[in-house]
Write a protein that binds this ligand. Sequence first.
Ligand SMILES: Nc1ncnc2c1ncn2[C@@H]1O[C@H](COP(=O)(O)OP(=O)(O)OP(=O)(O)O)[C@@H](O)[C@H]1O
Ligand SMILES: [Mg+2]
Length: 127
Amino acid sequence: MTKKIEAIIREEKLEDVMKALRDLGIMGLNVTEVRGHGRQGGVKLSGRVGTYQIDLLPKLQLNIVLSDHNVEKTLQTIRDVACTGATGDGIIFLYPVEDVIRIRTGERGHDALIYKDDIDERRDKKK
Ligand SMILES: Nc1ncnc2c1ncn2[C@@H]1O[C@H](COP(=O)(O)OP(=O)(O)OP(=O)(O)O)[C@@H](O)[C@H]1O
Ligand SMILES: [Mg+2]
């Protein structure tokens, strides 16, 4: 079975999170720019022109589709690296994925999610 992790993180954390994921062997992912707000509903900024409210803050959304058995490790890695402890660290959503089809080869499901030197290949090598 396959899941999708949608992690909304601070822009400045992207590099560290990507590196940690690569070290873990998570190879397939994509990133999009998003704007949103969580519990605080935006931020109040004070500048020369006075105080103003920004309702939608820029964040980065990391999308990763992966096999079930790699989900917990990946969630933990993202949280470990993306957490500063301050408000605005982000949020992670987890979804079930119906299927994956690699366009070039027609591979489906787990077969479409095999990458060179990925988390599964590394684990099998250790055995
Ligand atoms: N329920 C939600 N649905 C979709 N996107 C959300 C939701 N909650 C937060 N987001 C997105 O996640 C981003 C992260 O928000 P933020 O880190 O401020 O979360 P929070 O829940 O307010 O936690 P914290 O208290 O740590 O700030 C938001 O800017 C928004 O893009
Ligand atoms: Mg918040």
